[in-house]
Design a protein around this ligand. Structure first.
Ligand code: 2AM
Length: 184
């Protein structure tokens, strides 16, 4: 099974991101958009694991949470991996308090203790919006044109969920396996 821990997007972020997705859909760019209902901020990607490991992963995620209260977040800039000029993955960034990075670090360390190698890259809080289709490119200036097309709304995120990503023909479906409340 494929597992990852993430903070689901509550309102009003979800509505605002849905508007961004609609805006991305309009021009007919070569994109695969994410589904509106599964919008999330990935905190730790566990990847493909044997189902027998679910319990120990659940324990690690549970152990990382105490002390983290609800997180005041805000939508920030539109960005892209590997870079803005030749985007493959398009995302919206999040402004976050240090508590978010602390939680991510605790997840990393708990995961490392049960055998998961830490992410080699710095944590960049983001919500993925779309992936550019294999072998295709966006027109020049496409992403720049999105600036100012959405409200940088502030919101409170109060859950951490361990999701199973179930691959299907219509794209992945995210099935919550463990839902934890963020409340100190
Ligand atoms: P991202 O899109 O938020 O960057 C479910 O597949 C989630 O796990 C995705 O939203 C993705 O995060 C993250 N993910 C998928 N493959 C990954 C990988 N190889 N390394 C790190 N994160 C990954």
């Amino acid at each position: 099974m494929r597992l990852f821990a993430a903070v689901p997007m509550p309102e009003p972020a979800r509505g605002e991101i849905a508007r961004l997705l609609a805006r991305l859909r309009e021009p007919g760019w070569p994109l695969r958009l994410v589904h509106e209902h599964g919008l999330h901020l990935t905190m730790k990607f566990f990847g493909e694991v044997p189902p027998g490991r679910l319990e120990v992963i659940e324990e690690a995620v549970r152990a990382a949470v105490p002390g983290t209260g609800a997180l005041p977040l805000r939508l920030a800039e539109i960005g892209a991996f590997p870079n803005f000029r030749r985007p493959r993955i398009i995302w919206v960034g999040l402004d976050a308090p240090p508590a978010l990075e602390l939680l991510q670090d605790r997840l990393e360390r708990r995961a490392e203790a049960i055998g998961f190698a830490p992410e080699g890259m710095p944590f960049r809080p983001h919500v993925t919006l779309a992936r550019v289709r294999e072998g295709q490119r966006l027109p020049a200036g496409a992403l720049e044109s999105l600036a100012g097309e959405y409200e940088p709304v502030a919101f409170l995120a109060a859950e951490l969920i361990l999701y199973e990503s179930v691959l299907g023909r219509g794209g992945p479906r995210y099935q919550p396996r463990l839902t934890l409340e963020l409340a100190s």
